[in-house]
Design a protein around this ligand. Structure first.
Ligand code: DX5
Ligand code: ZN
Length: 234
């Protein structure tokens, strides 16, 4: 039974930029736990994302902690450009630096929860030598860089392997974030498997104009761990 408190991380790359202020106010009213900020350099992923100056300005408009997802090569160089706070999450990609353990130590210096992100094709065994340097894992369930993609089906089997591994090494305490095509159904399944942070994007709460009416409540239900709800989740 997954007793960890479920948290929603709303993916700002999925919002309509013309409605960002209203969207952020609504997310705050809904007590969303994190703002998921996809930072992309066009090299680690074939897309460009939210810039550091823009993100710094966002901080002035919301009290919600940031969930930085660094989809960039050499993430160490980006860290000083961000306004990282102790209540934030910072995910660096295993595949984005030759010196993963050093980069994780660098992230730790800024005080946030240190998260390691891995792409769909990166095996759980990649975590073996760094599992004691991290506070959480961000499992990409799509190939990162774009919203609106379908889940990579092998993610479910991989996440099962992940929780067996975490049990083996005594790290069942850490956060497990899932990022990519987290529909209500996928969120419900992944909650049942042990995930506890859910990236909410176009697959759940965001439509063309902004937040879809009733979608946050539906996602909350899907990740409530309440078995009577599970059957109703489509
Ligand atoms: C993927 C991004 C996420 C997410 C967007 O690279 O990191 O923010 O996939 O949400 P969906 O997949 O629901 O559109
Ligand atoms: Zn992301």
């Amino acid at each position: 039974m997954n007793k960890k408190e479920s948290k929603i991380s709303a993916s700002l790359m999925c919002t309509n930029p013309f409605f960002t202020k209203e969207t952020m106010d609504s997310l705050e009213k809904a007590n969303i736990e994190y703002m998921h900020l996809d930072i992309m350099d066009g090299k680690f992923v074939p897309n460009l994302g939210l810039g550091c100056d823009y993100i710094k300005k966002l901080r002035g408009y919301t009290k919600i902690p940031f969930d930085y997802h660094l989809m960039v090569l050499e993430p160490d160089a980006i860290l000083p450009l961000l306004d990282i706070k102790p209540e934030d999450l910072v995910s660096i990609h295993f595949e984005s630096t030759f010196q993963v353990q050093r980069t994780l130590e660098n992230v730790k210096k800024y005080g946030p929860k240190v998260m390691l992100a891995i792409n769909p094709a990166t095996p759980v065994s990649a975590l073996e030598e760094v599992i004691h340097y991290i506070d959480g894992i961000n499992i990409l369930t799509v190939n990162p860089g774009f919203a609106g993609q379908p889940i990579v089906e092998s993610s479910f089997r991989k996440i099962e392997k992940l929780f067996n591994f975490l049990k083996e090494v005594g790290r069942e305490d850490i956060d497990v974030e899932v990022d990519g095509n987290i529909t209500f159904k996928n969120a419900n399944i992944l909650k049942g498997m042990g995930a506890n942070i859910f990236v909410a994007g176009t697959s759940s709460i965001f439509g063309k104009e902004g937040i879809i009416e009733g979608s946050i409540e539906k996602l909350r239900d899907a990740i409530s761990g309440n078995s009577s709800v599970d059957k109703m989740i489509a």
